[in-house]
Design a protein around this ligand. Structure first.
Ligand code: MRU
Length: 363
């Protein structure tokens, strides 16, 4: 997608053809800073500190991190160690482990001297496949938006609520939850997005609002607690969120607060869709309660970064000094609250059978 007229992906191979560059998401929306990653350690740090974040993008970053490591040491031992090192940086999003296992498969049966080239090739494919997958999620989700638009008065926008950032910044391009929105907007269907700010790290206010704004999609940032009120007053037609891991029964892990949106949506009879690529389904887990939930530093709750009128970016304390804070980063929305999954292969019910109907090879 474009920032100020220039097309970007979130990660790309640098001109040296072996290191990569990323958009530092900890600096958005205040500054657009491009950061080089030159080793697996750099990639791991970028994932841990959330310079890159969002399930598909941390997978893509880890894939290039592993390629850079294999360039240094292509032995089986080193590859095993680097995969475990990269995978442990963030525990909830399964795409991270998925991408690393894809990379392992791409190199494991090759002679050592051929492994680096094969690793770079697979990492590039993972990125390209993610772009096409997200584009197709948009194509399939667009139909749902069109159906809602057809029931509205001409010119009246389809009101979509989203949580966190499942936009192009969370993927390589397009996004998952945002892809249908961008495609509807580009087709001339009026859309307005309610953007949950998404405390504590404000991915909605900082990132989703940034990317929607740069693409010209009308949107309004609301505090996380506003969703229920908006739904009660008929101001939301549908909810679309992304996900970090879907269990085989259709339970959905996503950014903390997603569950409450799903409860409010059900109480108000509003469709609640989850957009995801195939790499987000964890077929090894029977239900969502088995998904490991990342617990992050309480500092993210107690402190807040922001920009002062003089342009400087500072972090301030916002809580009672000395009070401890808990910071679970994700929650699990039971499948029964999900209207449907929007995937690259089509839309299906949020059930085991629904998923299997789109991915029959998993039977
Ligand atoms: O902690 P984050 O910012 O990595 O969390 C991201 C989300 O919760 C997204 O909704 C999810 O990764 C889907 S991204 C297409």
């Amino acid at each position: 997608m474009k920032i100020d007229g220039k097309a970007y992906r979130t990660i790309w191979l640098a001109p040296d053809d072996w290191s990569v560059e990323i958009i530092d998401q900890t600096r958005l929306p205040h500054e657009l800073v491009i950061v080089p990653l030159k080793s697996a350690e750099d990639a791991a740090r970028a994932i841990l500190t959330m310079q890159v974040r969002g399930a598909p993008l941390i997978g893509a970053t880890a894939a290039y991190g592993l390629a850079m490591a294999i360039r240094e040491d292509a032995s089986d031992d080193a590859i095993d160690k680097q995969i475990e090192f990269l995978a442990k940086q963030r525990p909830t999003a399964i795409n991270l482990r998925w991408a690393l296992e894809e990379m392992r498969r791409a190199v494991q049966n090759l002679p050592r001297e051929e492994r680096a080239a094969a690793a770079y090739k697979r990492a590039a494919e993972i990125c390209d496949e993610d772009v096409e997958t997200c584009r197709m999620i948009g194509v399939n989700g667009l139909k749902i938006i069109e159906e809602i638009a057809a029931k509205k008065a001409p010119g009246e926008p389809v009101e979509v609520l989203t949580h966190c950032n499942a936009g192009w910044l969370a993927c390589v391009d397009w996004g998952t939850a945002t892809s249908p929105i961008y495609q509807a907007h580009d087709k001339g269907i009026p859309v307005h997005v309610w953007v949950d700010e998404t405390r504590p790290r404000n991915q909605g206010a900082s990132l989703t609002a940034f990317e929607l704004g740069r693409h010209g999609v009308p949107h309004t940032i609301v505090v996380d607690n506003a969703g229920g009120h908006l739904m009660q007053h008929g101001k939301v037609d549908m909810v679309i969120v992304g996900t970090d891991r879907v269990a085989a029964n259709g339970d959905v892990a996503n950014k903390i607060g997603t569950y409450l949106k799903a409860l409010a949506a059900q109480d108000n009879g509003i469709p609640f869709y989850v957009a995801l690529p195939h790499s987000t389904v964890d077929w090894t887990l029977d239900e969502g309660m088995e998904i490991p939930i990342e617990e992050r530093s309480g500092d993210e709750v107690l402190k807040m970064p922001g920009r002062l009128p003089d342009g400087s970016v500072v972090t301030v304390e916002i809580a009672a000094p000395g009070s401890p804070a808990g910071n679970p980063a994700f929650d699990v929305t039971p499948a029964r609250l999900v209207t449907g999954f929007i995937t690259e292969r089509g839309v299906c019910p949020a059930t085991r059978e629904g998923l299997l109907s789109l991915y029959p090879e998993r039977r």
